[in-house]
Unconditional design. Structure first.
Length: 484
């Protein structure tokens, strides 16, 4: 991996703790594996609860000085960090593909997307406006101040090793908070590379720590039991989100949660079918189906069902599966367990009457590669109706009426992203309003951008990331009542 980098110093295997690069207290390390080859690409320091406590301690001191700066001064450091990320985009993408497997072109896109949150929130930090409120009494004046929540603990997943961190750290630092990051154990190298650049950008010592470690529950407990930590921000599974919310209850901590999805993708009979195929490909197979906004259930109206299935299959069969460094469209899945889940969903569907239209099994090249798959005749008793596959499997459900499909699409505990293709304007409004989701893509399969609020309703989460709203999750309101 070092030989692929123009700046090998971006590849860090020690933790970034309170402004120093350190090994674990125990000296322990854990391996990082390239899922495309099975090779161990690095041994990374395996930190735990004790080191997390030290990071929080340092963050507390650093946060006070950071919050006392002007927003403009904080923005200048963040802007520099953004510039360094873009100047090192190719190396950051190379590290990301090596540890996570997504195609290099997608990794390049993720670095630009990830960096955009730092740029955006550097700017938004200058616009944290408070309020003056017309008073309720002649001798009183009312002000509302917005102040940083303080020290933030962040836990993030492996599927976007860069962007899932930047969408949290950008608004946190811009608001005047300090940040302790626990990246996923599968992908610590992208997080550590970000810290190398943060240090170069001049981020004050202690304000940011990156704690790689296998003991996620222990680190999570430190975040939720240590009174220094005032907020937890998490992206990952709904199950772990529930655990963290329960733990956070004892300290009544602020929580932001970006949890699982089960995105419906609806194709109405008035849709532009070719556009719908392009959207479905982008939404379903990006990152090999391993995103929480990937289409999980594709509903196609009866009149266009066969035509859509045929066009989608033709497009899917052209996709190349392979190593992310070889220009493939689809990389490997992240682990053997992820492979098993896709197999389980396919076996369940075919046992219940579904038909494999294309794909359906492990790819001939072995390892963690899976054939992009389409299943027709999908029904609501099949596992993927209630459970996210998180892999390259597109089940096609047939529906008749608008009311039917809205009922089907909303029949889930999740409410993150949804998509539909239609041309009739009345239908577009009606369906967009009726979908119980935080995000609705209309005639597009790509919805992520730093300028819009990303987040879910129901059990998909709490809070929003990105947009002018994203910084609010890191701010407290303080009402000041002045007697004159
Ligand atoms: P995924 O399926 O994407 O791995 P998880 O929710 O299991 O989703 O993991 C997301 C993040 O949460 C990872 O960084 C993981 O290490 C961490 N994590 C897993 N279990 C816990 C826990 N009990 N407490 C705190 N963090 C956890």
């Amino acid at each position: 991996l070092t030989s692929r980098l123009s700046d090998p110093s971006l590849l860090q295997t020690r933790a970034y703790l309170a402004g120093d690069w350190v090994e674990a207290d125990s000296g322990a390390t854990f391996p990082v594996i390239n899922p495309a080859t099975g090779d161990i690409i690095a041994q990374v320091a395996d930190l735990g609860r004790a080191e997390t406590a030290r990071a929080l301690q340092a963050a507390e001191t650093a946060q006070r000085d950071w919050a006392a700066l002007t927003a403009k001064d904080r923005a200048a450091v963040l802007r520099k960090w953004f510039d360094l990320m873009m100047a090192n985009q190719a190396d950051l993408a190379t590290i990301l593909t090596a540890e996570m497997g997504k195609p290099l072109a997608e990794a390049m896109g993720e670095i630009a997307y990830g960096a955009s949150f730092i740029e955006w929130f550097a700017e938004e930090g200058k616009r944290v406006y408070g309020e003056t409120v017309p008073s309720h009494q002649p001798d009183k004046r009312i002000m509302v101040l917005k102040q940083p929540v303080g020290v933030v603990g962040a836990i993030t997943p492996w599927n976007f090793p860069n962007a899932m961190i930047t969408r949290k750290v950008g608004p946190a630092l811009a608001a005047g908070c300090a940040f302790v990051s626990k990246p996923a154990a599968e992908t610590p190298l992208s997080a550590l590379a970000l810290a190398v650049l943060a240090e170069r950008a001049g981020l004050p010592k202690g304000l940011l720590s990156v704690i790689p470690g296998l003991d996620a529950p222990g680190i999570g407990l430190e975040f939720t039991e240590n009174p220094i930590c005032r907020k937890i921000t998490f992206t990952g599974s709904t199950n772990v989100g529930r655990i963290l919310l329960r733990q956070a209850a004892d300290q009544v901590m602020k929580c932001s949660m970006e949890l699982g999805g089960n995105a419906p993708f609806i194709v109405f009979d008035d849709a532009d079918l070719d556009a719908a195929v392009d959207g479905a490909l982008a939404s379903k197979y990006r990152n090999n189906g391993q995103t929480c906004v990937c289409a999980n259930r594709i509903y196609v109206q009866a009149g266009v069902y066969d035509a859509f299935a045929e066009k989608l299959a033709a497009a899917v069969e052209k996709m190349q599966v392979g190593d992310g460094f070889e220009g493939a469209d689809l990389g490997p899945l992240i682990t053997e367990n992820a492979m098993k889940k896709v197999e389980e969903h396919i076996a369940d569907a075919t046992a219940k009457g579904g038909t494999v239209l294309t794909g359906g099994k492990r790819h001939a090249r072995g390892g963690l590669f899976f054939e992009p798959t389409i299943i027709t005749g999908a029904t609501r008793d099949m596992l993927f109706s209630t459970d996210e596959t998180f892999g390259p499997l597109a089940p096609l459900f047939k529906f008749d009426t608008v009311d039917d499909v809205i009922e089907l699409a909303n029949d889930t505990i999740f409410g993150l992203a949804s998509y539909f293709y239609a041309r009739d304007l009345g239908r577009v409004y009606k369906v967009a309003e009726a979908l119980e989701y935080g995000i609705v893509g209309v005639n597009t399969g790509i919805i992520s951008t730093e300028v819009a609020p990303f987040g879910g309703v129901k059990q998909s989460g709490l809070g929003r990331e990105g947009s002018r709203h994203g910084i609010e999750d890191f701010l407290e309101l303080k009402y000041v009542c002045l007697s004159v």
